[in-house]
Design a protein around this ligand. Structure first.
Ligand code: NA7
Length: 538
């Protein structure tokens, strides 16, 4: 029997952290017949694509940005730095794929061009770019929160004749910057991570900045053997802590800002900055991301740090962020602001001096021409919803996801969509996704999906589908959490505001621990908010 004609229980799209674990859990723990697909030539998902120089996890990560389900895996993998590099995460995922014998069930270099639900057979059929078809009762979309590249459409950009790379689609062969004049557009995590690295080699780097950012020192350092051993010894407890502490392994602060004097608060900010900037957000005072006055104080502290680091006052002023601290993705850097003290780096604030057009050899802004040899687009992604829309599954009655999500990314629990029975998303809009440690979040979500599948199979049920009422209530539930914070007040990719024309909507669940409790409650209430159908074959 060809692979395409085999009867599958579940098909998985994607082999990043989410897809790999889904394959392992559904196949090895639940005994399902599963096949996975990936357009890339190997496992890794976002870590397969984002190979730009300086790429690292944007959180203090090792050994926590990793799977938690296997103590043996934890014991055998040697993390070496506190802020894990892309190469290290990718090697780890390759190791996981080998160790759990996952690769044999993944079809690489395979793009899924169509996915359709058949109401009569209660199953999904997907088609690949080579025309092969596969059918299964369940479709698991582990398509990635940061997959579809966001590319600017400046006049003439396609006329640029030099090398051009998007950070999210970085070539596998080494890119040489030597002797080149490089333009970098974008100062999110990717831009801020790669600019210092490119500047070490290039003749000149010109950064085109649309929004100045609060970037914090990562303080990356080698991970001591004792730290890793301790984490291994305490792993079960750490895993539980992460589950109940919003994905973090350490306790976050409940300190009250009102109980400290401004001088005491400033002293604490200094201490946390020295420790690693991320602690300013999670370990300073409760409410940094919800109380304006406190947020203003932390914002001003970071602006002060930028003024201290950047020697040229004019450049420093251009680098002053003005949105609420932490309401865009927090960035951890390794010498970003220091890079502007180099002679070969210059900054263009494109709000003051807009890009007008490209030529074969240059970028024209209002103030003049910038001749360049290479263009690096660090312009981010159509985040969270983009990869699902790219897949554009067709649900009940042939309704496409593009039609369903034209105005709003309606979903239930961030994993299911009314009108799309038996389809599950890992890290979809409405899930904690990027607001939680993603590998663990994926494991917990997959465990819930597996439990739901088992529930159906034990009862000979053919289909499960979120109701529209449940979607509306869910929308209100997650937005009421977001509205208690400052996040919705900033134009960010969390709000869909980075992609022209994208509906404005908060794209996540901010309380990961509460979210996973909700998943359990829903399951224990007999899959509240879902309609089920008896299996037609039963
Ligand atoms: P981000 O965080 O979306 O950053 C993209 C950057 O590109 C950001 O500075 C954007 O400015 C800028 N941008 C986007 N479109 C344009 C155009 N048209 N012109 C000029 N500048 C533009 O993506 P990253 O890849 O850095 O990071 C994504 C996540 O990956 C990150 O949060 C980590 O979780 C890992 P803006 O701020 O929108 O004004």
């Amino acid at each position: 029997m060809s692979e395409a004609n085999k009867p599958y229980d579940a098909l998985i799209i994607g082999s990043g952290f989410g897809g790999l674990y889904a394959l392992h859990h559904l196949r090895d723990d639940l005994g399902l017949n599963v096949r996975a697909f990936d357009g890339a030539g190997g496992v890794g998902g976002t870590w397969w694509y984002n190979r730009y120089p300086g790429a690292r996890v944007d959180a203090p990560s090792s050994p926590f940005y990793a799977y938690t389900f296997s103590q043996d895996l934890v014991n055998e993998w040697e993390w070496t730095e506190t802020q894990t590099s892309q190469a290290s995460v990718l090697s780890y995922l390759e190791h996981v794929a080998d160790r759990f014998d996952l690769t044999k069930d993944i079809q690489f270099n395979t793009w899924i061009t169509d996915a359709r639900y058949d109401e009569t057979r209660q199953s999904w059929t997907i088609e690949t770019h080579t025309g092969e078809q596969f059918t299964a009762q369940f479709l698991i979309c582990a398509t990635g929160a940061l997959f579809v590249a966001n590319k600017p459409d400046y006049p003439g950009i396609d006329d640029f004749a030099g090398e051009c790379y998007h950070t999210g689609r970085w070539p596998h062969d080494k890119v040489s910057f030597e002797g080149k004049r490089v333009a970098v557009i974008g100062t999110g995590s990717s831009g801020i991570q790669c600019i210092p690295e490119i500047a070490k080699e290039a003749a000149h780097v010109t950064v085109f900045q649309r929004t100045a950012q609060y970037s914090l020192p990562a303080r990356n350092r080698p991970l001591a053997k004792e730290e890793l051993d301790q984490a291994r010894a305490d792993w079960e407890q750490l895993r539980t802590s992460m589950r109940y502490r919003g994905g973090w392994p350490f306790k976050t602060s409940r300190r009250r800002a009102s109980e400290a004097t401004p001088e005491e608060r400033h002293a604490l900010y200094e201490q946390l900055w020295a420790q690693g900037g991320i602690h300013l957000a999670i370990n300073s005072y409760a409410g940094v991301l919800s109380k304006k006055a406190l947020n203003d104080e932390v914002s001003e502290f970071v602006r002060g740090k930028i003024r201290e680091i950047v020697k040229n006052p004019e450049t420093a002023e251009k680098l002053m962020p003005s949105y609420y601290f932490g309401t865009k993705r927090l960035i951890l850097d390794n010498g970003y602001f220091e890079t502007y003290n180099r002679d070969n780096v210059s900054l263009v604030d494109i709000r003051q001096d807009p890009i007008q057009r490209f030529t074969e050899t240059s970028i024209h802004t209002s103030s003049g021409e910038h001749p360049i040899d290479m263009l690096v687009l660090a312009t981010g992604f159509d985040a969270v919803s983009g990869s699902m829309l790219n897949l554009n599954p067709k649900g009940r009655g042939g309704l496409s996801l593009k039609e369903k999500w034209a105005q709003r990314f309606d979903n239930y629990l961030g994993t299911t969509i009314a009108g799309f029975p038996n389809l599950f998303m890992i890290h979809g809009p409405g899930a904690p996704g990027v607001f939680f440690t993603m590998p663990l979040g994926g494991e917990l979500t997959t465990a819930w999906i597996g439990r739901c599948i088992q529930h159906l199979r034990d009862r000979n049920l053919g289909a499960v589908e979120a109701t529209e009422d449940a979607e509306s209530l869910w929308d209100r539930e997650i937005n009421s959490i977001a509205e208690r914070t400052l996040y919705p007040q900033t134009d960010s990719w969390y709000m869909g505001a980075n992609v022209p024309g994208k509906p404005r909507q908060f794209l996540g669940h901010l309380r990961g621990s509460q979210y996973f409790d909700r998943l359990t409650e829903v399951a224990e209430a007999g899959y509240e908010g879902f309609a089920v159908e008896p299996g037609r074959k039963a």
